[in-house]
Design a binder for this molecule. Structure first.
Ligand SMILES: [Zn+2]
Length: 226
């Protein structure tokens, strides 16, 4: 009875392989969970994400949870987040990642979090911000102060797939507005995005914060597309 009741609230199929989940599993079966292509970036300085961002923003650490691989588990997860509106899955991935990065977060004194906002038109279209749901999973598990509401994305940006790196940078430059810079003062803020590819969005947002407040910045994302 209780199991049936829980099935109403928790999806009972693995989002990756579609096999039935046992009661202790959530969203992913154990087999898929251990096959997640984790970067383990947080354990390595000079990892791929950090190299991508070097010299572009003043950051302390940068790390992604998963490698993005075509037709792999990460792509299935992102598809689930983006096109099926699976907000709870994004939150769950945040909780999962929080436990992995707990020591790194503590060692670096990271005490606040900021999810890269979507423009309100895009938010209305998609229904939720997957970066924010992922960030909430992290902040609630690790007790980080959530500063996400103080940043707004002003301009709608087009899909960026076919533009050069320079174009992309111009495209997202200065599109973020910080509403309460005092909240950022003397914090160590983990800036969170869904996928890091060129790093242009992170660069734009982090530089806007760094310009206004005396704070430290680190970066995290669900996936890294090298
Ligand atoms: Zn599975």
């Amino acid at each position: 009875m209780l199991g049936n009741l829980l099935n109403l609230f928790y999806p009972n199929l693995c989002v990756s392989c579609n096999q039935s989940l046992v009661q202790t599993e959530r969203y992913l079966c154990l087999g898929c969970l251990i096959k997640l292509p984790e970067t383990k970036d947080h354990l390595m300085k000079e990892n791929g994400v950090e190299k991508t961002l070097w010299g572009r923003i003043p950051f302390e650490r940068a790390f992604s949870f998963l490698y993005f691989n075509q037709k792999g588990i990460t792509q299935k997860l992102l598809h689930e987040l983006k096109y099926k509106g699976n907000e709870e899955l994004a939150h769950f991935l945040g909780e999962l990642y929080a436990e992995k990065i707990r020591k790194t977060v503590e060692n670096h004194g990271i005490n606040a979090i900021l999810a890269i906002p979507l423009h309100k038109n895009k938010l209305a279209k998609r229904g939720y911000n997957q970066s924010l749901a992922f960030a909430n999973g992290i902040s609630q598990t690790l007790q980080l102060e959530d500063l996400s509401e103080y940043v707004e994305r002003m301009k709608f940006t087009d899909t960026q797939t076919k533009k050069s790196r320079a174009d992309r940078w111009t495209n997202v430059h200065s599109v973020f507005t910080i509403h309460n810079q005092n909240c950022f003062e003397n914090k160590h803020v983990l800036v969170v995005d869904d996928v890091i590819t060129t790093g242009a969005t992170i660069e734009s947002c982090a530089n806007e914060i760094a310009k206004l407040a005396k704070c430290r910045i680190s970066v995290a994302s669900i996936a890294f597309a090298a």
